[in-house]
Design a protein. Structure first.
Length: 177
């Protein structure tokens, strides 16, 4: 009887909490939830230590703020699908678990991201569509029994037309198959 072949593809649900740090006067650091999934291909050679993955996730951030100085109202909306594509190196531990590191390139599909600034004193309204540049991220994670995972991921500075920002994420994972 022949041994069944191992499946080198993994499909994992990946909810996350993102902490956005925007470097301007309009946005306070906030946490928001995001949902996504990961498709990973594990290379069969070198004890299955290397893999490539795509990790699309849907993210929506709505933010309204009233600035007393200058009497300004800010309406900020990020509505995107992030598409991280990366490479992962895993190191097996003794108790059916492993730790891993990622290097990721992130692309965005902008669904409807914008900022609107209203200055009431001079009755001026400015609106603009926000576009995020591709970016990079690095992650460190832990997997248990190839089913459950947790990862911390941090992006490098990115620009969206209003200023630079970065995102730190805590990502949970549950492998479906």
């Amino acid at each position: 009887m022949s041994k069944p072949k191992d499946n080198n593809f993994n499909f994992t649900l990946r909810p996350r909490i993102n902490f956005i740090s925007l470097k301007n006067d309009y946005y306070d650091k906030k946490a928001h939830a995001s949902i996504g999934f990961e498709i990973e291909y594990v290379f069969p050679m070198n004890h299955k230590k290397w893999s490539v993955f795509i990790d699309p996730n849907y993210s929506y951030v709505g933010y309204n703020k009233h600035e007393k100085r200058g009497d300004v109202d800010i309406y900020l909306k990020f509505h995107t699908i992030e598409v991280p594509v990366g490479v992962r190196y895993s190191l097996a531990l003794k108790n059916k678990s492993k730790i891993y590191i990622n290097a990721v390139c992130i692309f965005d599909i902008n669904l409807d991201s914008s900022i609107k600034i209203e200055r009431k004193i001079i009755r001026y309204t400015s609106s603009r569509v926000l576009k995020r540049d591709p970016g990079f991220a690095f992650g460190l994670g832990y997997k248990f029994k190839d089913t459950y995972s947790i990862e911390a991921r941090a992006t490098t500075n990115r620009n969206h037309g209003l200023g630079n920002y970065n995102i730190t994420s805590i990502i949970l994972g549950y492998r479906i198959f």
